[in-house]
Design a protein. Sequence first.
Length: 280
Amino acid sequence: AVEKKVVTSKVGEKVGLPCCHEIPSSETFHNYRVYWQTNTTKVVLAYAEGKRILESNRYENRTQLDTKNLTLWISPVEIQDNGPYQCVVQSFKTPRDYAGPRIVCDETVTLSVTADFSEPNIATEVIASSCELIAMVVRCSSHGGFPEPKIFAVLNNVSVPWNSTSMSNHNVTGTLQLNVTEDVNFTCSIEHNGVVRSSSLSLKKTNDCIVPTMAPSYNVITASSVIIIIFLLAITLAARYFPRHVCSHCCKNQDSVEEDVKESMKPHKIVKVTSEMSSL
């Protein structure tokens, strides 16, 4: 079979895949066998003699067949439905036609499924900071889309290349490492199916750079503590010794005064002059 047709549909929509044969008005659907299959081996839906004889579990309750033009309808469309489909039609006149059915149609049509990506989400992570710059990692991501989109990074209206991009489980992520030395505007854009979605974020560089005060060293703290302790001990000793010294000095002065008073109040001795002393 040669691929000739491409049908495009979005996730969640209803899509019809045209077959290569249409049953003439002079004949009936009962005289045909119709097979819709993927990869030439996996049957999606099959009819024989007007009855459904086979349906894939993955397409259960999501497919219908037009019994006139044999179009295969799929609803709702899923991302996994993307790919080639083959329509094979066999015709026979009566069940007793021993020559067997003849193939009247065998053609492939490709279903191209798309899904819109979400608005880009921008996240930042600071990995280093100094007075001169801020080193950060900027990540832009979008999810839910198919197939893989184009993703762009713009810094102050100038396009810049990503450090890396990845696509996994219908999620796309771009990673960029920046050294921010001034305030800049970053924009991330996702282009998919001709539609562009963008998000912007202002990356700030703090102008105020405060140099942290160095903490005193261990030796300085130790020396200061010793001086303070010695000072407090000196004050304590002085407070205990000085009052006693003054008191003892005052007591000694008072005792000497009292002795002088007592001595002055003693009666004077009268010296008698004898004749013997006079003769001398």
